[in-house]
Design a protein around this ligand. Structure first.
Ligand code: OXD
Ligand code: MN
Length: 623
């Protein structure tokens, strides 16, 4: 039987690209699929992927038109494929080159040998699709093309929702080999719906030298979709060897009421720390929620594009009160893939959706009923905490008009934040660009369900990007610092913290309070607000926040709340500096300005303690 028929072969040949042909040949030989189908940008081809995902059982229809459900496996809470696998995601380092300590690496030859062996025959009995995408807007200086081979129609379908089609763009390449490529296989499947069997052989290996990622024995999009977190790593490598940035940033259009203007902001938060919900704040517009390419532009600003056109968002605590925009998007007809939620009688349910929980249904553990326990006698929640939804941005009423602008959008500010219970205030502005880079470099966050392993462990998360950085941290920070120096209009940098708690462990802010921090930051970029200069950055005035809380949330913001939230927690901040210092001490070539900033911060915090003779210093004392 021929694996690839003439029609499909013709589609490949029409690209006139030797490298594409070579890759397809090489991996068909290795992975041994039973059939190869080439998908162009045509409606029929794209529809084929969507239909096959259902026919094969990787997705099933739900009641609302366009909604489907996909499960990444039916396993226990401790052994599953419903989150990114950091342990088995490794960067291949060519012989003799430096292995940065913060990155999970393996010698290139050894890694290739291991994964190619696992991939030998991994697509047996499967149909493999060959897909072409464009990372970034079409016809744009920012964008990079990507080739994907996968035997998962869920992966192929998700990529249609998340990325811009690129077959025609590949034609325009005129045979050039300038593109990333990704080979993915779910590997041997079991059950109905079919899920990956051999999780112990799950591997995701990033080959920087070749510009490709090999991923096998997994389905979860953070592990399987080449264009998402795998391409992010390749682009970080490329941009750090050129003169631009690839970041784990959302891009948000901020529209302050009554001001008749929009200012664009980027923001980096580790996964499951409020990134998508910031990008989807009521009254604002979204360009992207996850990954951005940034370049210094000829108008003096930095411009950013969303390399995606969809959202693969966490679906937890999404309810009409806390996340009204996302809730509305997920409960109305449109092409949407839900994953790892509970399905009961054709309706998806998730944690914190504000509805009563059905007594039974199907979830990530298979047939589920209230009270069901896992092998460790632990009650299984009705939905996975890292359950997801996949949708297109352009269908949303809050999609920004510049989503596909080939020149991107000019960036006025950047937010950095983490899941930080006791150091940083809810919002502050950095003292300057270098201090802003320091703030980004010193994000700490408690681990969440978006990665495998224990939750709630405090880890350093430089620029919320550590999981994806593939060059040394010293080089990465230098690239950031140099980048800012080139700009005539440098973005202001802000730190946010949505997870501050009091000594009893109670969160100090409501979920929607972030709207006020974002609007305040926008006002700072336009000189609308004065601020209190402190050693750790500029803090908002109580009087401005009081007005913002009333205007945007109809809430009375009390002075006592302000003092509790914005007091400088000197001892906790000093402890944090020690942790940051010990992390970066392990690195090579960390820019001197980073150490100078760290030492200045330490000195001024000690000064504050000595001057005021107290641990927590109210902003009113510093005014
Ligand atoms: C994501 C992640 O899915 O960062 O965006 O894990
Ligand atoms: Mn992300």
């Amino acid at each position: 039987m021929e694996i690839i028929n003439q029609e499909n072969l013709d589609k490949l040949k029409a690209l006139n690209n030797e490298k594409v042909l070579k890759i397809v040949n090489e991996f068909i030989d290795l992975c041994k699929p039973s059939k190869v189908t080439v998908i162009t940008d045509s409606k029929e081809d794209i529809e084929y992927c969507r239909r096959r995902a259902i026919e094969i059982g990787e997705e099933a229809k739900l009641d609302i038109d366009g909604h489907t459900i996909h499960f990444d496996g039916f396993f226990s809470m401790s052994n599953h494929d419903q989150a990114r696998d950091k342990k088995n995601t490794k960067v291949l380092i060519p012989n003799g080159q430096y292995h940065p300590p913060a990155i999970n690496t393996i010698e290139r030859e050894e890694g290739l040998k291991e994964i190619l062996e696992i991939m030998n025959g991994c697509m047996e009995g499967h149909e493999c699709v060959v897909r072409f995408f464009c990372l970034g807007p079409k016809n744009s200086e920012f964008s990079i093309l990507a080739l994907q081979l996968t035997d998962s129609f869920y992966v192929a379908h998700s990529e249609d929702l998340l990325y811009r089609a690129g077959y025609k763009e590949f034609k325009k390449l005129s045979g050039s080999d300038e593109f990333f490529y990704f080979i993915h296989s779910s590997g041997e499947l079991i059950g109905d719906p079919p899920v990956t069997k051999n999780l112990d052989k799950r591997r995701i290996y990033v080959d920087l030298q070749e510009g490709c990622v090999l991923s096998v024995n997994n389905q979860y999009a953070g592990n399987s979709l080449g264009l998402k977190k795998l391409a992010l790593r390749l682009a970080i490598y490329k941009s750090n060897n050129e003169d631009w940035l690839t970041e784990h940033y959302f891009i948000l259009g901020v529209h302050p009421e009554g001001k008749n203007r929009v200012s664009y902001f980027c923001g980096a938060f580790p996964s499951a720390c409020g990134k998508t919900s910031t990008a989807m704040l009521p009254g604002q517009t979204i360009v992207g929620d996850d990954i951005a390419y940034l370049r210094a532009w000829n108008d003096g600003y930095v411009h950013a594009v969303n390399i995606e056109r969809g959202i693969f968002g966490i679906i937890k605590d999404v309810n009409p009160k806390d996340d009204p925009v996302i809730f509305e998007a997920l409960t109305t007809p449109r092409e949407t893939i839900f994953s790892n939620v509970l399905v009961a009688e054709g309706t998806p349910y998730w944690i914190g959706d504000g509805r009563s929980i059905p007594v039974k249904g199907i979830n990530f553990s298979g047939d589920w009923n209230i009270g069901k326990e896992d092998i460790n006698k632990k009650e299984i929640p009705h939905a996975h905490p890292n359950a997801r939804y996949t949708i297109r941005i352009e269908e949303l009423s809050n999609a920004d008009e510049n989503l596909h602008n080939s020149e991107g959008v000019p960036i006025s500010g950047i937010f950095y934040g983490g899941r930080d219970s006791n150091t940083m205030p809810p919002v502050l502005e950095s003292l300057n660009w270098e201090h802003g880079v320091f703030i980004g470099a010193s994000i700490e966050s408690e681990t969440t369900s978006a990665t495998l392993g224990a939750e709630g462990v405090r880890v350093q998360q430089p620029m919320a990007n550590l999981d994806f950085i593939v060059v040394s941290l010293g080089k990465y920070l230098k690239n950031h610092l140099d980048f800012g120096k080139k700009l005539n209009i440098c973005p202001k940098v802000f730190a946010t913290n949505y997870f501050l708690r009091n000594k009893e462990g109670k969160y100090l802010n409501g979920i929607l309070d972030k709207l006020c921090w974002i609007i305040w930051a926008e006002g700072r970029t336009q000189d609308d607000y004065k601020a209190i200069e402190t050693p750790i950055g500029y803090l908002p005035l109580y009087s401005d926040l009081k007005i913002l809380f009333k205007q945007y949330l109809n809430k009375d913001y009390k002075e006592t709340d302000y003092i509790e939230q914005f007091s400088i927690r000197t001892t906790k901040l000093l402890e944090k500096l020690d942790r940051i210092e010990s992390m970066y001490k392990k690195e090579i070539n960390v820019p001197q300005i980073f150490w100078d900033t760290l030492n200045d911060q330490r000195k001024s915090l000690i000064n504050l303690i000595n001057t005021y003779d107290m641990e927590e210093i109210s902003p009113f004392l510093l005014k």
